[in-house]
Design a protein around this ligand. Sequence first.
Ligand code: SF4
Ligand code: SF4
Length: 198
Amino acid sequence: MRYNTPMAKPRSAARPSSKPKPAARPPRARRASKPVAPDAGAPPEEPFWRRKAMRDMTPAEWESLCDGCGRCCLNKLQEEGSDRTFYTAVACRLLDWETCRCTDYANRAAKVKDCVTLTPRNINRISWLPPTCGYKLIAAGRDLYWWHPLVSGDPDTVHQAGVSVQGRVAASETSVPDERLEEFLVKWPQRWPKGAKG
Ligand code: SF4
Ligand code: SF4
């Protein structure tokens, strides 16, 4: 099997096409003719990722779909003549191995030229995102799992569930030449950890 040079190192960089609409002018105060009882039986509103199309999400909502796993920031190899992608345990030079976050997210495109910005337009064309990726799940009409920070309210649950790259990065790309990347091939970034679906 032969491999190309490392593939793009995608990340959650969100630049949705839709922008939040400006707030409407608030209604003027009116005296209510009768007191209205609160509707105690009204069901709570569904979270945004269940009720909104991706293209309608605000930039902040779009960004928050990223679970912070860091899997997409690992170097990848593409099989020549096919679109099969293989992950390595070699991390992008800007990835923090402990937090699994980009250390210069605002300037990543300028610093890492093959860092891919995910958008509602390209999300369905990117085949190499890991199966656990929040964008991939929502684009496929699925829900987020218990460990996603939007569900748990805790950014550490992605690590506790074994979904993130924490403790699994073998090297930085700064210390591994392209021709040695094959030595670092790993399968786990394209798999579900045990218990992550439960
Ligand atoms: S959820 Fe994980 S794989 Fe998806 S964009 Fe965020 S860091 Fe990358
Ligand atoms: S530049 Fe940042 S977001 Fe892009 S692949 Fe590297 S660590 Fe990930």
